[in-house]
Design a binder for this molecule. Structure first.
Ligand code: PLP
Length: 407
């Protein structure tokens, strides 16, 4: 019989969204007439921009014509999309990225998980806590997380981010080889200023740390002092891989397209101390395990950067950020301690009266028929918080605030 990867068996305690679903289903069965508003899972609700749809329709037609049909594309992505990314996301910020440093993929979840393939199992891992669970679970699968004891993995350094430290992570207290940073942050909706991010890049340069920088929510940044890319910080190309996604930017959660930047200056090491290019290893991994994002999808992503696409994407972001502002204002007026929601589509709410995350989840469900995500599901420092998303429909968002005000 084939042996299984036993690290997977350790994952059994992570059922956050399944647990939420079960509780919501039980509530629905008991109260079939009640209208539940779901502000839990971070999926978008507004349709794909017209510019994207038009480009995809055109690409479909090309695929139906013998003269313009395309089979396998370039592994790392079509030059038209890579050029649009460099020309729009990096060059205007003074960041020089070369085409072969860009890898077009089917999304940031896959990328942040798959990148572990090129990294040794003995690396120590650091995460800010609370955390997007994919960073933890994929390291558990690879055997880098150790064992789960008292609510945390003993092989992972958790860097606590709470209201007490203004959600600004302190430098790790023990040596880590790989550090995950996600800004704007899921789940807290908070950001780092340029100076704070510089502190991390300098730390990584001094201590030989590889930073995985997840900027999936970059498009939501409103403040001028919040960096959009880690490469805005000097030296970052020597220490960081950056992940981007069209999911939350342009409604691609169901279409699937993202990209990552692996600079050629970035090196890892063998056990013997030989330096190895991570760009080369990742390229090798890409060509072996991936046959490229579909042409139709890449044409859709390219249209995000067209003048019409930019306008429509801005309108989408404005729509969700208006939801966030409505929620923030309403919740603050009700006396809640509210964080995030200013440069990110997530609101991070302190539970009132010392309630646990799950107690408050139940109270919201039962009394307001509102579904949030218990903060503790994102890690131990999430206890006592709850996440609400701004990705809902406007009317439902307004109704949710109304319901919270009479809680
Ligand atoms: N990174 C973060 C921090 C996320 O919150 C999400 C989705 O919720 C993703 C990545 C996934 O992005 P994608 O849809 O591109 O896989």
């Amino acid at each position: 019989m084939a042996l299984v990867n036993e690290h997977f068996l350790k994952l059994q305690n992570n059922y956050l969204f399944a647990d939420i679903s079960k509780k919501v289903d039980a509530f629905k069965a008991a109260h079939p007439r009640d209208k539940i508003i779901r502000l839990g899972i971070g999926d978008v609700t507004q349709p794909l921009p017209e510019a994207v749809r038009t480009a995809m329709h055109r690409a479909v037609d090309e695929m139906g014509d013998r003269d313009t049909f395309r089979g396998y594309g370039p592994y790392q992505g079509y030059p038209f999309l890579i050029d649009a990314i460099i020309g729009n996301d990096f060059a205007p910020r003074g960041i020089a990225i070369e085409p072969d440093e860009v890898f077009i993929s089917d999304g940031a979840k896959c990328d942040t998980g798959n990148i572990g393939d090129i990294l040794g199992c003995a690396n120590s891992i650091g995460v800010t806590d609370p955390v997007y669970p994919v960073y933890i679970d994929t390291n558990v699968m690879a055997g880098r997380a150790g064992n789960f004891e008292a609510g945390r993995w003993n092989g992972i350094e958790y860097i606590s981010c709470t209201a007490e430290n203004n959600f600004i992570p302190a430098l790790p207290s023990r040596k880590v080889d790989i550090l995950y940073l996600c800004y704007p942050n899921n789940p807290t909706g908070t950001t780092l200023s340029r100076d704070e991010l510089k502190k991390w890049v300098d730390y990584a340069l001094e201590n030989d740390v590889l930073i995985m920088y997840d900027a999936a929510y970059e498009a939501y940044i409103q403040d001028a002092d919040v960096p959009h890319s880690i490469y805005e910080i000097e030296g970052a190309k020597k220490v960081a891989i950056e992940f981007r996604s069209f999911s939350k930017t342009a409604g691609f959660t169901g279409v699937r397209c993202g990209y990552n930047i692996v600079p050629k200056e970035l090196n890892g090491s063998t056990l013997e101390g030989c330096s190895v290019s991570l760009n080369t290893l990742w390229g090798r991994r890409f060509t072996t395990k991936f046959n490229g994002t579909s042409y139709i999808t890449q044409r859709g992503a390219e249209a995000v950067y067209s003048p019409e696409g930019k306008q429509e994407v801005k309108a989408l972001i404005d729509y969700y950020m208006t939801n966030a502002a409505i929620m923030r204002r309403g919740l603050i007026e009700c006396g809640f301690d509210v964080y995030g929601g200013e440069n990110a589509p997530y609101i991070w709410l302190k539970t009132p009266g010392g309630m646990s995350s799950w107690e408050f989840f139940e109270k919201l469900l039962n009394e307001a028929k509102l579904v949030g995500t218990p903060g503790v599901g994102f890690g131990p420092s999430g206890e006592g918080y709850l996440r609400l998303t701004a990705f809902g429909d406007r009317n439902e968002t307004l109704e949710a605030v109304e319901r919270l005000s009479v809680l």
